[in-house]
Design a protein around this ligand. Structure first.
Ligand SMILES: *Cc1c(COP(=O)(O)O)cnc(C)c1O
Length: 376
């Protein structure tokens, strides 16, 4: 059994994907070919924003935004304490300071109450200038944007949605990657919408911002690539990856997103009485980048992992370390603070196999092993 069965997905989509790749090879526009623009149009339409700007990966997508916003040394950027490293890394990369914010126990997403507290603290301390918030849609579930957007407006901060895991999620009719002032996603193979290499995208309704980002992703180009008006990056989505994504986006919209939600339902039915299964708030829809259960404690998690491994069922811990525990961020006072919820959750969370091609039999087999480990 695979944790995320990308090979099975390829077998299903093979005729379309092989054809799409071979078209790119024959056309010869390997960089910024027409498929890149086609994909950007389709993604913007799906998400419901004016502009989509693709780029090299989800990390660059965040970095390009921080560059465009001129975020630098002396600026504070608030990020959830429980996320993939890149969310905080990009802030430090620009020389700014990531301020970690604890998460909600129920959703694993940034806690708005903790965010307010963190902002007040930074203002009170008076050393850093609060500039932006990067909110993550962890494991595919959109964060609480109704409240988070109000907080960012109240404090005049830019709200960036890190939708690397969130693509396909919704709150009511609003789709992930349309929240806040500007949003990103990643096409890393294992993300909800993945390509066959690295890829990423930025979403915005702001015309000027879109123009600036298009310049920054090609060495700060002006009227052309050899007219350079600012310092930028080299971060484009390959034409081959765009061609693959056009095919994958169709499958994602047609049935994959529904299929992962079906998998989540079966897991819930089979497991809700023995472990804490993920909570999806009313009106929210997840794209299930991960299906993460909470075990009772570290020991129980070890037992479940061992039992699953014995039966050749993969499982993963996302994330064994919280942001404040990553030595890369140094050991200043703010890192030494205790983040009760995220630190506790990192010790008992466990992600189970999740992808659109899991069968009911496979899910039941996984759940049976978990149940028999717990109910000895
Ligand atoms: C994967 C991920 C990223 C980075 O995306 P890459 O395409 O791997 O650079 C950023 N933020 C979060 C929350 C992620 O899960």
């Amino acid at each position: 059994m695979e944790f995320r069965d990308l090979k099975k997905q390829y077998q299903v989509l093979k005729p379309n994907i092989d054809l799409a790749i071979s078209e790119v090879l024959q056309e010869g526009s390997y960089i910024m070919g027409k498929q890149v623009m086609q994909l950007e149009e389709q993604l913007a339409e799906y998400v419901g924003v004016k502009h989509c700007i693709t780029c090299g990966n989800g990390t660059d997508a965040l970095s390009l935004i921080l560059m465009a916003l001129d975020i630098r040394k002396g600026d504070a950027v608030f990020i959830p304490n429980f996320t993939f490293f890149a969310t905080g890394e990009v802030v430090s990369f620009e020389g700014a300071t990531p301020i970690f914010v604890d998460i909600e126990e129920e959703t694993f997403n940034m806690d708005p109450i903790e965010l307010e507290k963190a902002i007040e603290e930074v203002i009170q301390e008076g050393k850093l200038k609060p500039k932006a918030i990067i909110v993550v849609d962890l494991f595919g579930l959109p964060a609480n944007y109704e409240v988070l957007e109000k907080i960012s407006q109240k404090h005049n901060l830019i709200l960036i949605e890190d939708g690397a895991q969130g693509f396909g999620g919704r709150i009511g009719d609003r789709k992930a990657c349309s929240f806040g002032d500007i949003a990103t996603t990643s096409f890393f193979p294992a993300k909800p919408l993945g390509c066959y290499g690295d890829g990423g995208a930025i979403f915005t309704n702001d015309d000027n911002m879109a123009e600036l980002l298009k310049s920054l992703r090609v060495h700060g180009k002006g009227s052309c690539k050899y007219d350079n008006v600012r310092i930028g990056m080299n971060s484009r989505l390959d034409t081959i990856q765009a061609a693959i994504l056009i095919q994958k986006l169709r499958a994602f919209i047609d049935y994959e997103l529904e299929a992962v939600n079906k998998v989540a339902e079966i897991y819930k039915r089979e497991l809700a009485d023995v472990v804490k299964v993920p909570h999806v708030p009313k009106g929210y829809y997840s794209s299930w980048a991960q299906y993460s259960i909470l075990c009772e404690n570290e020991k129980q998690r070890e037992n479940i992992i061992a039992r699953l491994k014995q039966k050749k069922i993969p499982s993963m811990v996302y994330y064994p370390k919280t942001m404040n525990q990553q030595i890369a961020f140094g050991s200043e006072e703010r890192v030494k603070k205790v983040f009760e919820v995220s630190e506790r959750i990192s010790k008992c969370i466990l992600a189970l196999p999740m992808h659109p091609y899991l069968t009911e039999e496979e899910i039941k087999a996984i759940c049976k092993e978990i149940r028999s480990t717990i109910c000895k």
